[in-house]
Design a protein around this ligand. Sequence first.
Ligand code: 1CP
Length: 360
Amino acid sequence: MAVMSPLMNDCFLRALRRQPVQRTPVWLMRQAGRYLPEYRRVRERAGSFMRLCTTPELACEVTLQPLERFRLDAAILFSDILTLPDAMGLGLEFVEGEGPRFQKPLRQISDIDQLPIPDPERELRYVTDTVRLVRRHLSGRVPLIGFSGSPWTLATYMVEGGGSRDFRRVKGLLYEYPRAAHALLSKLAEAVALYLDAQIAAGVDAIMVFDTWGGVLSAAHYRQFALAYAQRALEGVRRRGGEAPVPAILFTKGGGQWLEAMAASGYDALGLDWTADLGEARRRVGHRVALQGNLDPLVLYAPEAVIRTEVKQILQQFGPGSGHVFNLGHGVDPGVDPARVGCLVDAVHEFSPLFHQEGP
Ligand code: 1CP
């Protein structure tokens, strides 16, 4: 069990619980990554993306890099959602300029039956070691977010063998072999629950489930194959977890149309992409969950005056009161100038106190 140190800045956790805060907390998806020159240097030193992920000292270093530059209210573990399928034996490699690829993608129904459920403290020890190391280095400055891909999003990569444009194979599985799809997703829900639980035991303060490809499904399939298993994974964590479970965030790209169902899934907060209207989302579900998001990541290519105006608009859309975590609607683009990221973070610090005058 991790040694608990009191957090100096807990406004992110308070906002997730919709407790009063003095300003809106801010962190950014992919806040550690290629747009930072110091990240590119460590990435080069590591030799490969996987070496970076599997070397706790290096993964810890890049986790902390964005916090040195920007006044962020949370750190996110540096890792990738695809390390879990790698630990299930699929053999992950990152091909330069092409993105992730599995050496042994799922090609037959029998591949699903044979998939092992990894013991995170063994096969993913490098992740829990990184969590413990980051916790030590943070010494309570800000909370640390642990994460996993959702069962559905992991299944897309495992069946397609890598990134995909049309999701033909994995959608084929849903339509032609729904029982096999359910078997795969059940196994993944269990693996995700164990994995998140191990991250919590190692010391993360919140968990986030990335359902990046939930939005490519029909409404009925989204409920049956994506949301149901994201929910099952969370229930698995909660069954195992201690008395005070850490808050959980569900991010679904393209999920704006299904907010009510997502808000009933047990997650404490929903991550929204940039296509959703934050004010409307709050009216629909804000009495049940906190909301995280949702500035268009490409705003970061615009001049600073535009970034500041757009930040203000997002804050105005959500309106006064707690329950909002400022973020982008998806990750920071690799070509963005870090100075623009600083401008965004500073703008949230400057404008958001106005929306929390009833705060503690
Ligand atoms: O060249 C490099 O350095 C690799 C680029 C990179 C980085 C920086 C990849 C490969 N992954 C990451 C880190 C990462 N991935 C984090 C780190 C923490 C942070 O946010 O700062 C996180 C949370 C992820 C999660 C992740 N990986 C998701 C879900 C979130 C999202 O962006 O939608 C997904 C879909 C992936 C798969 C993945 N990993 C990397 C790439 C290029 C991709 C996308 C592949 C594709 O579908 O085309």
